[in-house]
Design a protein around this ligand. Structure first.
Ligand code: AMP
Length: 289
């Protein structure tokens, strides 16, 4: 099987491909994605290849994590180029199930209920989103049975909740989170960047600019850092701020000047904003003074 890329769409085929690796005691790494792949996804793939004997990448746009008012139908699909770049990267198994394979009885009846952190930040704007994410991640973990799963820190709240699920439900998988891959000017790579209109890219840059401003102000404390981030949004009109806040990177508890986190002076600055109809998120570690 070495060198070849297997494209499979059923759970049965996927398990049949992975089983011989497991029988041999090989390390299996898994990278779940929703496709429209970019260099950020490929960085996760490269890391998975470094630490495992076989890499499985899934491409599945999970309807359960989109609410009806959201843009499930607009989510970019670039399957042919995705599969070509995964084959070029030497990925052994690409799993592209249809929705009916993952949800044969319609929406999953049993769902993962995420803890309270799921109701903040992205969970406010997207009710039920993280229950949908965790449900599909748990299903994919059970289908692939990976030793290691690789996620991006770009979706910081998601990776926090996945780690919490793995811990709380005693799942046998190690979760690795990798730093966000950015354009040279700081824009975080995202599949949703493809939905931006030509004139909107500079507005999208407001998120990473605000994170840098917060970092620069962080030695004056949490309130100053947040104010600096918010001020970047106030100075322009094309990106509408949803939230800008600081949390403890370890517990995701909100950090203020009165309530410093367990992680000492380290904070995670979180930002979400809308550029036209495209919702973007970003985050960065900052050191509070
Ligand atoms: P998605 O296809 O958006 O569901 O993302 C699949 C995985 O890629 C998730 O673990 C994301 O956090 C990760 N990811 C998305 N964008 C980036 C990026 N710019 N850098 C690193 N990882 C990313």
């Amino acid at each position: 099987m070495t060198g070849e890329t297997h494209l499979v769409s059923t759970i049965r085929e996927l398990r049949a491909l992975v089983a011989p690796y497991r029988a041999r005691g090989s390390v299996v790494a898994f990278v779940p994605t929703m496709g429209a792949l970019h260099e950020g996804h490929l960085a996760l793939v490269r890391r998975a290849q470094q630490i495992a004997d076989v890499v499985v990448v899934s491409i599945f746009v999970n309807p359960l994590q989109f609410s009806s008012s959201e843009d499930l139908d607009r989510y970019p699909h670039t399957l042919d180029t995705d599969v070509a770049s995964l084959a070029e990267s030497g990925v052994a198994v690409v799993f592209v199930p249809p929705v009916s394979e993952i949800y044969p009885d319609g929406a999953a009846i049993t769902r993962i209920s995420a803890g309270p952190v799921a109701d903040r930040y992205e969970g406010v704007a997207r009710p039920g989103h993280f229950s949908g994410v965790l449900t599909v991640v748990a299903k994919l973990f059970n289908i692939v049975s990976p030793d290691i799963a690789v996620f991006g820190q770009k979706d910081a709240q998601q990776v926090f909740l996945v780690r919490e699920m793995v811990h709380d439900l005693n799942l046998r998988v190690r979760v690795e989170a990798l730093p966000t891959v950015r354009e040279p000017d700081g824009l975080a790579l995202s599949s949703r960047n493809r939905l931006l209109l030509p004139g909107q890219r500079s507005a999208a840059l407001t998120l990473s600019t605000a994170l840098r401003a917060a970092d620069a102000a962080a030695r004056r404390g949490a309130a100053s850092a947040v104010a600096a981030g918010v001020a970047v949004f106030a100075a322009q009109s094309e990106a509408q701020l949803d939230y800008f806040d600081l949390v403890d990177p370890v517990t995701f508890a909100r950090i203020t000047d009165d309530a410093r986190g367990d992680a000492g002076s380290d904070a995670l600055a979180l930002v979400a904003a809308r550029v036209g109809s495209v919702r973007l998120i970003d985050n960065a570690r900052i050191a509070l003074g």
